[in-house]
Design a protein around this ligand. Sequence first.
Ligand SMILES: *Cc1c(COP(=O)(O)O)cnc(C)c1O
Length: 442
Amino acid sequence: MVQDIVAEASNGHAAAANGHANGNGHANGNGKAAPAYGFSTRAIHVGSEPDEGTQAVIPAISLSTTYKQDGVGGIKAYEYSRSANPNRDGFERALASLEGGKHGLAFASGSATTATILASLAPGSHVLSVNDVYGGTYRYFTKVASTMQNVVTDFAELGGEREEVEATLKSKLTAQTKLVWLETPTNPTLRLIDIRLVAEVVKAVAPQAALVVDSTFLSPWYQNPLALGADIVVHSITKYINGHSDVVMGAAVTNDEAWAQKLRFLQNSIGAVPSAFDSWLALRGLKTLPLRLRAHGESALAVAEHLAQHPAVAEVIYPGLPSHPSHALARTQVAPRAAPKADSGAFAYGGMVSFRLRSNPKDERPAKAFLKKLRVFTLAESLGGVESLIELPSLMTHASVSDEDREKLGVEHNLVRVSVGLEDIEDLIADLDHGLEGLQLA
Ligand SMILES: *Cc1c(COP(=O)(O)O)cnc(C)c1O
């Protein structure tokens, strides 16, 4: 079985090499997904084929910047490491396989992925984005693309009932709209957007526009946007996919040949590429993605259910809880492998939980006092690592958002965001209880 995965993956590799030798930036790169094998099998084997020379089971880290040619123009698999590198190729093929995509492209960060996609747009292009998009993406749209590139982004509420979403899209999409950009769940209030619905309306109203979904918060274990109609899925690999808080990296996956060629060309031209070592680490992290994400989800659900019972907590936001306004959508949008068996009740839906303390939203002191008492949770930005992280968005990740906008988004001083890690659940719950004990909530 492993041999077949290897064969399939190395076909892709040969295609990459050919494309490369033909000088078209190996637009056909990355091989194809191997849907016949299960998710975990692909996570472990695609991109990690044993080395044909040394027989090493784990690929070596190829630090060489350049590759010997057999005569002028006699390029074998690789030429120059910015254009393509064996470790980056391996990671790209593995991630593409997990997203059900043909083409994976890795970048130096999630933000470099965004920048490279935006760089493909001609001046005068229009972008429509979900309103509470990731802060760095918002900054790029509003402070870089608009001023330097004359690419203007409109922000819109893309959640809610079908009629509302349709009406919003119809009023905001124009003939110049080249990208529709969304995140689901959003950060930090974990609202959900219906990817199928947005894809359907965009295809009907603005067929020239590509739908990009930033799926960082769920990872390919819980969500596969390409299967729901998205044209491109992007990830900050820094989060769940690498999963160990020790690599900054990003990636895009697509089935669209034209987009794949464009992005492959820009990946090489702009050169915001990850190092061989980071690619190697990220591929190592990706092998345990299924195990980690199942455990993140189970623990997040346990934390959410526990906090929902706690007298110091006013509200818990977790799409896997029936109390979440988009719980039904979570059920239909979650990848089949992670879908709950029963028809009703709570289920694991990612590792992120947000909650509101029963305190004055304008007063930051109760939340600060709570965070100070924690011993297992680390107070830090970012998410998706094996260790549990906790933060106060109003003064940390979302500190640059105006008070007025924060209020509109529901990001006030009593809202806490948790990235539930893989420590013993008893220790996590005891730590939260200890933090909440005796809080002055008034
Ligand atoms: C972290 C993050 C990014 C940016 O990724 P970097 O790797 O930090 O550049 C983009 N989108 C989301 C949803 C993120 O959480």
